[in-house]
Design a protein around this ligand. Sequence first.
Ligand code: BG6
Ligand code: MG
Length: 210
Amino acid sequence: MKGIIFDLDGVIVSTDKLHYAAWKKMADDESIYFDEQINNRLRGVSRMASLEIILEKANKTYTDEEKLALAEKKNNLYRELLKELTPADRLPGVTKTLDELKARGFKLAIGSSSKNTPQILKYIGFDGFFDAVSDGNNITHSKPDPEVFLKASEMLGLSPEDCYIVEDSTAGIEAGLAGGFSTIGIGDAALYERTLYKIRSFDEILGIVK
Ligand code: BG6
Ligand code: MG
């Protein structure tokens, strides 16, 4: 194995909690029921697809224009919350583990559905750290489609068989499997039966990759 492609939200940084807070505010304002369990279904899924999942609980139907306005409202709230991020918001074990993986010669990439990836990487001090960044700005299909990971491996100059993907979402694990990658799951994805390597803490990656 030569490369490792990391999801961002909920793997490298705790932005999954900020996504939840922003969607929760939007849902409350619209009197739509929304909880952490529904939020787990939004992991790895694009902004508009996430909104569609939340609207399953709505009592009215929304026009396409209204949907765009709701998604924009959520994104504006989310971007306000992002401004508070610092390197201290990297998840436990991330800094040490990534440094060690680099030292072992692995090429490291980000594979995230988020269009906010560049700003987030800046806020947490990872601007320029990864060998490649593939995100919501350069894909047309969101996870579980493998596009974002395939683009990342292409940017690294590696084939999927030579790369692991690290994910917290079942959609991301499915994307990894569809692309022919070895899958490592943390959090929600560690509870998923189709995940190849299930980990409880980020530093366990060091014992898996070779
Ligand atoms: C993923 C998150 O990383 O990015 C999803 O897990 C989110 O919950 C998606 O919907 C899109 O993010 P953004 O920042 O482009 O709205
Ligand atoms: Mg994630």
